[in-house]
Design a protein around this ligand. Structure first.
Ligand code: GNR
Ligand code: NI
Length: 163
């Protein structure tokens, strides 16, 4: 099932998500719906926050042929180093792209869709995407990392587009 995606400046995107206590059938259904929604959008990642479910769950696939689905439940960054700049976009901020500085290399710990713990090292687009998605779970959008001037211009542009 395709789920509706919340759009900036919707206040619900500011909700801090809570940990998933158990990976049950309801969570598995949500994971499946989130993959379908992400692929259909299309996007390379989606956080539960964006579909108005305020639990710590993200799905990602940075491959070109939808061949590397990745589900991270209760993800935690346990190591990060270096810096890189990446031109980011967001399904919750349509038609807007800006460069954001992130950690260059991260190590994350999470549960998969079967509830098993795993660790993953990531850099470049995958590392950027994981950091972008974990931000969503904390109510943070990539635009929060931009200058106040850019944020004001974006709000103005968003208001005009909604008229
Ligand atoms: O589809 C997406 N592309 C993207 C490009 C650069 C940096 C981050 C992203 S994530 C985004 C999908 C999305 O909004 N996930 O929350
Ligand atoms: Ni996003």
């Amino acid at each position: 099932m395709i789920l509706p995606i919340l759009h900036y400046p919707d206040k619900r995107l500011r909700t801090k998500a809570v940990a998933v206590p158990v990976v049950d059938d309801a969570i598995k259904t949500l994971v499946s719906d989130m993959f379908e929604t992400m692929y259909e959008a299309p996007g390379i990642g989606l956080a539960a926050t964006q579909v108005d479910h305020h639990i710590r769950l993200i799905v990602i696939d940075t491959s070109e042929d939808k061949s590397q689905p990745l589900c991270l439940i209760n993800p935690e960054i346990i190591e990060k180093d270096g810096e890189l700049e990446w031109d980011e976009g967001c399904l919750s901020v349509p038609n807007y792209y800006e460069c954001v500085t992130r950690a260059n290399h991260i190590k994350v710990k999470a549960l998969n869709e079967k509830g098993e713990e795993f660790e993953l090292e990531a850099e470049e687009i995958l590392g950027v995407c994981i950091q972008h998605e974990i931000d969503h779970l904390d109510g943070i959008l990539f635009v929060d990392h931009l200058s106040k001037l850019k944020q004001r211009r974006l709000l103005e542009k968003t208001r005009k587009a909604q008229k």
